[in-house]
Design a binder for this molecule. Structure first.
Ligand code: IFM
Length: 469
């Protein structure tokens, strides 16, 4: 993969960070009163997770957060994006509060702040309490209220120290994979459940925005969407229709109602039975930023045997792909997506996930060489710089991920970390990519300040007034 040459300095206030998510790193599955989530349950089901992996121990970030914060600091980044585990603070999803769980997030946030790292808290990264799933989970309209109460609890406890909030991470991934396919919890494979979950998640997001706005002084509120261009595998009419339907689910079902108060045409009629008067206004509350998680384009093919008539197809044979997981590598699609987001929604964009899964183990000297990850990060950050130069309003970038971690259905077989974790000993070893990122961020900051504070474009809408600190 060719390395692109830097063309212009990064904007002076550009934010650099690293990301994780609670279920993927925390472990301590049954410690200090944590309840069980839908993913704990899924991990007990044979065949759902590679090598029967679970989140029981994961990286044990719950006990090792001090070491992890020291590692984050050593990278020289500005921010850490993490998620709160709902069942850790409300073991049954509602009702009795688990103070020990809230204390953990307080300790984490305090540690980050002491180390000069901005905490970016995401309220939901796929780990619904199992007790709420037993009541219908996101298919129940009550879920919006359960979520709002949970958001209020966390905002009251952390809102004096955390200003940067995301309501949800990747609505469309866990909804599509969890309700129309059996790739994520709860794995229902039911069309109606899928439609109901879409609407109730949108409602929950809007309710969460209200709660954060009320309870967090000067809150900077966003939602994180995975968006990737969907291309038909062939020019056939059937594949083009499949791609359009997948695009509606993947790229539009959440950002469109949240940011334009409308469902995409291909889904609107089917969702309508669950939409009540006032819902679209509740869903489309003003937010301050949009998070983009992006890895590469999707290739869709027609498959009438599936609930929505589409399936994932292969990238064209000559495409560069990540060897272990087969995801295509197309930095230009990332650049185009950043431009499209700015054009379509006119909000500041933070890239909240981007990175590379590849298995790279320590060599006999204990050094982890991961050249493919470095090449990926080089080309994708370069594409991001191109997008900014072309007018995309990108304000920050978080590598996925800080640590090798539990990768959902792939278990521990597809690690994304720039820091290697030995899952026997839990020893952390920064990979070459961690050293690369450290140097890259330092150079970006130096270049930006030497270039003399490139002026940000003025806010483009009312919702952009509160910039990142
Ligand atoms: O690990 C996941 C993350 O939880 C959500 N976005 C994609 C990542 C890589 O698969």
């Amino acid at each position: 993969m060719a390395t692109r040459t830097a063309k212009a300095a990064w904007p002076k206030d550009f934010l650099w960070g690293v990301s994780t998510a609670a279920f993927q790193v925390e472990g301590a599955g049954r410690v200090d009163g944590r309840g069980q989530s839908i993913w704990d349950f899924r991990c007990t089901q044979p065949g759902k997770v590679a090598d029967a992996g679970s989140g029981e121990v994961a990286c044990d970030h719950y006990h090792r957060y001090e070491e992890d914060v020291a590692l984050i600091r050593s990278l020289g980044v500005d921010a850490y994006r993490f998620s709160i585990a709902w069942p850790r603070v409300l073991p049954q999803g509602r009702g009795r509060v688990n103070e020990a769980g809230l204390d953990f997030y307080e300790r984490l946030v305090d540690r980050l702040l002491e180390n000069g790292v901005q905490p970016w808290a995401c309220l939901y990264h796929w780990d619904l309490p199992q007790a709420l799933e037993n009541l219908g989970g996101w298919t129940a309209r009550d879920s919006a209220g359960w979520y709002a109460d949970y958001a209020a609890l966390v905002a009251r406890r952390l809102g004096d120290r955390v200003r940067h909030w995301a309501t949800f991470n990747e609505f469309s991934v866990f909804t599509l994979f969890g309700y129309a396919m059996d790739w994520c919890a709860p794995g229902l494979m039911d069309r109606t459940a899928n439609l109901r979950a879409i609407h109730h998640l949108n409602l929950a997001h809007g309710c969460g925005v209200d709660v954060l706005r009320d309870l967090v002084p000067d809150a900077f509120i966003g939602a994180i969407h995975n968006r990737q261009v969907v291309r038909p595998c062939t020019p056939s009419e059937a594949d083009r229709a499949a791609a359009a339907m997948l695009d509606a689910h993947w790229n539009l079902a959440f950002p469109e109602p949240q940011l334009r108060a409308t469902y995409p045409e291909l889904l609107a009629e089917a969702i309508d039975p669950w939409v009540r008067s006032g819902d679209m206004a509740q869903i489309s509350r003003r937010i301050d930023w949009i998070g983009l998680n992006h890895y590469g384009p999707i290739f869709a093919k027609s498959d009438p045997s599936t609930i929505w008539g589409f399936a994932w197809g292969d990238a064209p044979p000559d495409s560069p792909v990540r060897p272990e997981i087969g995801w295509p590598i197309f930095p230009d699609a990332f650049r185009d997506e950043l431009l499209e987001l700015t054009r379509r929604y006119k909000l500041p964009v933070y890239v909240t996930e981007n990175g590379m899964g590849s298995r790279d183990a320590p060599d006999d000297k204990g050094v982890v060489h991961d050249p493919r990850r470095i090449a990926y990060l080089e080309t994708y950050t370069s594409a991001m710089r191109d997008a900014i130069a072309a007018g995309a309003d990108v304000r920050g970038y978080f590598v996925w991920s800080l640590l090798d971690s539990f990768e959902w259905g792939s278990g521990y077989t597809n690690p994304f970390g720039i820091i290697h974790v030995d899952f026997e000993t839990l020893k952390r070893t920064p990979k070459d990519s961690a050293r690369w990122y450290t140097k890259f961020v330092a150079a970006a900051k130096k270049g930006a300040s030497e270039a003399g504070a490139t002026k940000r474009t003025p806010a483009r809408s009312a919702s952009t007034k509160k910039g990142a600190r």
